[in-house]
Ligand binder design. Structure first.
Ligand SMILES: [Fe+2]
Length: 309
């Protein structure tokens, strides 16, 4: 146990457990609840009127929070740290960086069913990060319906200041690069979480959402989704195909606000110690899809980063 919490000198003094949840802004809450519950297969844990809904794909209270908004996109990205002690150290550390961490007030924490929680931004990107260490369990275990979702996998963002943001993520926030896709995308794991990427940063003209991902347990989940989405007039924008980068089979589709969401099956896992070095993969389409697919123009095109929370 002691070994697991050991921190090296050159690391920021906290450890991630996992990407906890993503908060999205959606223009029609009921329509998006229907989509993520009935077509993607998340479980609705709680809906607060027409303003907010919490859905999950695990025993957590939520892994996806939907907020009604005029502008669709990403509201914040939340990471669960390993322990309350990690959270305390992270809070002081973020303060020392001059990033002005904001405590989430108790009333909102009660709604989120989370223990102490704080939010902050780094100067290089408009995304709000949220860190917490404790979330209540949901009302029961997750019961898969249309897809056997395992977990919230990752979020990828477009970044106007990609290189500076990447430097902050890796040098100050304990992210590790697993692979580079040319100069375009860096795939990052939140150390010591083993999955190849729980976060990705892509070079872009402005800060924006690229896509969110849910990992599934079975390749059939991807195949069935391909037909289910088509039968329900959900645009498929890429796939099914295979990402050789992370060794996963994928399908990308658009939610009702045209935000891009993905299912993927399989992903390389990294050991905490002696992990392989990141690869610099060439910027060729077959690297992203070894089955030869090409993304549709709408792939990763919609999703503002909220700058006011
Ligand atoms: Fe992805």
């Amino acid at each position: 146990m002691e070994k697991n919490t050991a921190l090296k000198e050159n690391m920021a003094p906290f450890r991630y457990r996992k990407p906890g949840y993503v908060a999205l802004n959606v223009t029609d809450l009921n329509r998006s609840v229907h989509f993520y519950r009935d077509l993607v297969g998340l479980q609705l844990e709680e809906q607060v009127g027409s303003d907010m809904a919490f859905l999950r794909c695990s025993g957590d209270h939520h892994n996806l929070a939907l907020y009604r908004s005029e502008t669709p996109g990403i509201k914040r990205m939340a990471f669960e740290l390993e322990s309350p002690a990690d959270l305390d150290r992270a809070r002081s550390y973020v303060e020392r960086q001059g990033w002005s961490p904001q405590e989430v007030p108790e009333e909102e924490r009660r709604q989120l069913k989370q223990g102490r929680t704080f939010r902050f931004r780094v100067p290089e990107h408009s995304i709000t990060f949220e860190f917490y260490a404790q979330m209540d369990r949901a009302s029961g275990s997750f019961v898969p319906t249309v897809a056997k979702i395992q977990r919230l996998g990752h979020v990828v963002l477009h970044c106007a200041n990609r290189d500076e943001f990447l430097r902050t993520l890796t040098e100050k926030l304990n992210f590790r690069v697993s692979d580079y896709f040319g100069e375009q995308v860096a795939f990052l794991r939140c150390f010591p979480n083993p999955f190849h990427h729980s976060f990705g940063v892509s070079r872009g003209e402005k800060d924006a959402l690229h896509h969110i991902n849910f990992m599934v347990t079975d390749v059939d989940d991807v195949g069935r989704a391909n037909n289910r989405m088509r039968n329900n007039d959900v645009p498929i924008v890429y796939g099914p195909g295979r990402h050789d980068i992370s060794n996963s089979i994928f399908l990308y589709y658009l939610d009702p606000d045209r935000l891009t969401a993905e299912y993927s099956f399989g992903m390389e896992e990294f050991p905490e110690e002696a992990s392989r070095a990141p690869r610099q993969l060439p910027l060729r389409p077959e690297i992203l899809d070894s089955w030869g697919g090409i993304p549709a123009p709408a792939f990763g095109k919609v999703g503002a980063v909220e700058s006011s929370s």
